[in-house]
Ligand binder design. Structure first.
Ligand SMILES: [Zn+2]
Length: 209
């Protein structure tokens, strides 16, 4: 009788260790954190946009790079699709959006390329600004995360950006120079990845008409 109890207890212990190992290994092997996966999977195409002051924590955080597992994950494309849908929805009507604005603290932005034919929206994983070039010009800006306001912000006329192309399994970094208004959008969106909002740089801030 005693032997049988010990045998059952041993089996239960082995099962418990196996189940724990399965979840622990799964946690470290799966791309994105459980919280990030929840946001990406559970969000409608129109994602909830984080706003001040309620969502200061994520909007003011420095975002982490996307690792190899995240870059190769179908979840990244799902996140990009939903961010692109959200920024173009008439309720937002933006020209750019950064991942922290939908609660994902990762280095990813979507920008409308006014400098390309058809002015398409494109996604830029692991983007960084390598150079700021040209004159500094002051122009009007608003932000989906700071509703009801607009401000005048100094920005460089040109930028050199580098990033990984979505879906490129080699993760090769692309470098390109961008000029004009599109360069301003890249500066605004890349600031979001460092927890910086345009209101931090604006020379004057007014209520939006
Ligand atoms: Zn913004």
């Amino acid at each position: 009788m005693k032997k049988q109890v010990l045998k059952v207890a041993g089996c239960l212990l082995v099962a418990a260790i196996a189940i724990s190992a399965y979840f622990l290994i799964g946690h470290f092997l799966r791309p994105f954190t459980p919280a990030e996966r929840r946001i990406i999977r559970d969000s409608d195409s129109l994602m909830n946009v984080c706003v001040l002051p309620a969502d200061s924590a994520v909007l003011r955080a420095v975002s982490a790079p996307l690792g190899d597992r995240e870059l190769d994950s179908p979840l990244l494309q799902s996140l990009i699709d939903k961010m692109l849908y959200t920024v173009q929805d008439p309720s937002q009507d933006g020209v750019g959006i950064a991942a922290p604005q939908v609660g994902i603290s990762r280095r990813l932005v979507c920008v409308q390329r006014f400098d390309k034919p058809g002015e398409p929206f494109e996604a830029y994983p692991n983007i960084q600004i390598d150079s700021l070039l040209g004159e500094i010009c002051i122009g009007p800006e608003g932000c989906l995360s700071v509703p009801g306001l607009r401000g005048m912000v100094p920005r460089y006329a040109s930028v050199v950006i580098s990033y990984v192309r979505p879906g490129d399994s080699t993760h090769k970094r692309i470098s390109e120079r961008v000029d004009g208004f599109t360069a301003v959008i890249f500066q605004h969106e890349c600031d979001h990845l460092d927890g910086i909002l345009y209101i931090d740089k604006a020379t004057e801030i007014q209520a939006r008409d």
